[in-house]
Each structure stands twice: as C-alpha cells, then as structure tokens.
Write a protein that binds this ligand. Sequence first.
Ligand code: CU
Length: 227
Amino acid sequence: MKLSIAIASLAAAAAQAHYTFPSIGNSADWQYVRTTTNFQSNGPVTDVNSEQFRCYERNPGTSAPGIYSVAAGSTVAYNAKASISHPGPMAVYIAKVPAGQTAATWDGKGRVWSKIYQDRPTLGNTMTWPSNGVRSINVQIPRCLQNGDYLLRAEHVALHSAGSVGGAQYYISCAQITVTGGSGTYSPKNLVSFPGAYSATDPGVLINIYYPIPKSYTPPGPPVETC
Ligand SMILES: [Cu+2]
C-alpha cells in the first residue's frame, strides 16, 4: 500500500519535471542558446514533423545575444535546467553556417546536420540511461571541423510514455558557436534535416521501455560521425 502510493507520487512528480537546455559552458541561460518556446513551461516538442523540431525557437529569426567560442577537439558542457529527469537517449548535432551568414543569423534549414554525440542505455533488468538525472552533458567538439560558425543542437528524447505514436517527448535547443583551431577535414557521411530526420514510428522513439524490457535499443537519427 505504502509502496504503491510512493510510486504514484513519484510518477506524478516525474510528469511535472520537464526541462530545458539553456546554456553551454559556464555562461548565463539564453546567452548563447536561442530562447526556446518552453523557456517557462519546460514542456516538450512531440511532433517530429514540426518546424519546432529543429531548434524549438520561441521567436524564430531572433538570435541569442552571443556566439560562444570553442576550440576544436575540446569538450563543452551543454547544460540542462534543472536536470534531465526523464529516461531516454541524449544526442547532439552540429551544422556549419553557410558563407555570408553567422551563427546569429542562420536558421539551420536543410540537410545540414550531422550527429556528433549519442549515448546509449545499459540493458538488463531495467534500461539505465546515462543522462538520467544529470545537469550537464559533456560534448567533444570534433577536432577535424572546419573553423567558423556552427549551430549546435542538443536533443533529449524522453521515452517514459513512448509506447504509442507521438508519445515520445523531445527536449531541444540550439547554441550559437564559433569553432577555432580545427584541422578542417570533417566530412560527414550522414547529413539530415530537422524536421525530416525522424519519424514518429522510428523504433527508438516508438517503444515501451518498461514492459517487456527491451533487449536492444536503436537511437533515432544517423550514426555519430568520426574524424
Ligand atoms: Cu516532463
């Protein structure tokens, strides 16, 4: 009896505990990350075909105040607020800003995104997710990137109610960065667009993670690129 009450209240708390990804490095919230539609509600995107699926921007066309400088090959923290409180995979994508634009002006449209980070669950009697409860993801910026401006897109997929189509929740934001010191040989094999890269029926987003416990897991989207 006590246990069932405890579980019920835990489930209720988890349903409330949405999150955002408002900052990178040690910077202030929304200084280098474009303000997202959920900056107050913390709620998710649930439609993979929505324009909001790209950067979840509150005011598309309005950039963040700054562009964050990062050395190729270094590790940058992409921070969650307050913490990643739902189970599911974390991914980070990057897109090179075309000539004539900057990370503050470009909208990130087109087949321009490649995946540079993906975590995976530990499988067993439960699925254990590396990002569960954490406040920050450490992302290595590929050492082989070309120098210049990029958009960096953080995405956490919450799978706690993903057993029906459209049940997966996407927590997304885009940071404006400029990369220095890259070797310049980055040549991604799999470029995708947002929206477009995911389908609501992809096996990694249409999945009951609780019963029966899956024996394998395939994250949505392309493989992680290597230098
Ligand atoms: Cu939530």
